[in-house]
Design a protein around this ligand. Structure first.
Ligand SMILES: [Zn+2]
Ligand SMILES: [Zn+2]
Length: 356
């Protein structure tokens, strides 16, 4: 028997590729091989590896078959070793300290809306990252392009999350949530009773991003005053870069975008309202968003706001993008005690429940 698990190695490689923002097709090769082989008895996988018949299976190619063979022979696959050797350099100390203080992620998507992976895979990857909790925040109904969840589908998802939690390691919690659209009039795009039931509500503007300053400010202030809103998502809506080629995939439709300038609003008024209503300002870690820009993070800090440093991950490997948000937060001097996801799940849920 091999000391290594070839399926775990394939999943680890997929994770590292995603984290490095590699092309979707490359990641998919490893994820589909892991899925195909994971469904077979270990003895059959070993026999096929021995007789060179792994590639007869759909979803298993030469590269993935070689990784499996190496893994079964007890060696770290060369592909994996290379990935580990070329990983990014360490964060500077302040950012690393902030990253270490984070216990969970409050903004993530699954394939129920525009994410690329099942809820189980997202949760399992969060466990492996050392998170204590993950908040699942799929989109709301009006965001049709991202397959936003109707009230009915969201109710179904809540049952599913309860079932997934049963199967996850003790001590880890998959929390319920939503990334709810802030509509043109500032109302939130989901039934009131559902918003009240969810652990965490992230609210974001996804439409009418070019509203004039006064209208956008009113819209945001109305949403912030809504007792269900816990976290204000990517507040300027800017896109600082279009995605690197090949990164968009069927699971990423909602976030495929060109560069986009910041929405205009009265930031002093908006952050003052966030502080007053105790709504956390999201520091969105996605490389193409980097939202809010640093000058606004500093402004929110001065206004006394809390923050949430979240990934907005649409795939498991992206769950490790928190370090990007931490770097920017550290540059602005955001202390860990202002960041709500440095709290335990209990404290976080107590905070959100106390607010709505
Ligand atoms: Zn969003
Ligand atoms: Zn999102």
């Amino acid at each position: 028997m091999s000391a290594r698990d070839p399926i775990a190695d394939l999943r680890r490689i997929a994770f590292l590729l995603e984290r490095a923002n590699e092309a979707t097709y490359r990641v998919r090769a490893f994820r589909s091989a892991a899925k195909t082989l994971g469904a077979l008895p270990a003895a059959e996988v070993a026999e096929r590896a021995r007789t060179g018949k792994l590639t007869e299976l759909s979803g298993v190619g030469d590269v993935t078959a070689r990784c499996v063979a190496e893994s079964l022979a007890g060696e770290e696959p060369v592909y994996l070793r290379r990935l580990l050797a070329t990983e990014g350099t360490d964060l500077d100390e302040a950012a690393a300290k902030l990253r270490d203080a984070l216990r969970g992620d409050c903004h993530t998507h699954s394939d129920w809306s525009d994410g690329g992976s099942p809820i189980e895979e997202m949760a399992l990857s969060a466990v492996e990252l050392g998170h204590e909790y993950l908040v699942l925040t799929d989109h709301s109904p009006r965001l049709k392009v991202a397959r936003g969840l109707t009230a009915e589908r969201l109710r179904k998802q809540l049952d599913h999350v309860a079932a997934v939690n049963e199967a996850l390691p003790k001590g880890f919690r998959l929390l319920t949530g939503i990334e709810v659209d802030i509509l043109a009039d500032g109302s939130l795009d989901q039934d009131e009773d559902l918003l009240a039931r969810l652990d965490v509500v992230v609210g974001s503007v996804h439409s009418g991003l070019n509203d004039d300053r006064a209208k956008m400010t009113r819209r945001m202030l109305t949403a912030i005053a809504n007792p269900h809103l816990d976290i204000l998502g990517h507040c300027t809506g800017r896109m600082v870069s279009s995605r690197p080629a090949g990164v968009t995939g069927p699971g990423d439709k909602g976030h495929r975008a060109r560069t986009r300038k910041e929405s205009e609003f009265d930031a002093d008024a908006v952050f003052a309202a966030c502080a007053e209503h105790d709504v956390a300002v999201e520091i969105n870690s996605r490389p193409e968003r980097q939202d809010p820009p640093k000058r606004l993070i500093r402004l929110a800090l001065e206004a006394g706001c809390r923050f949430a440093i979240d990934t907005d991950a649409h795939a498991p490997g992206q769950l490790d993008w928190q370090r990007f948000g931490c770097e920017r937060a550290a540059l602005c001097g955001v202390p860990a005690n202002r960041v709500v996801n440095t709290w335990t799940a209990d404290r976080l849920v107590k905070w959100t429940a106390g607010r709505s």
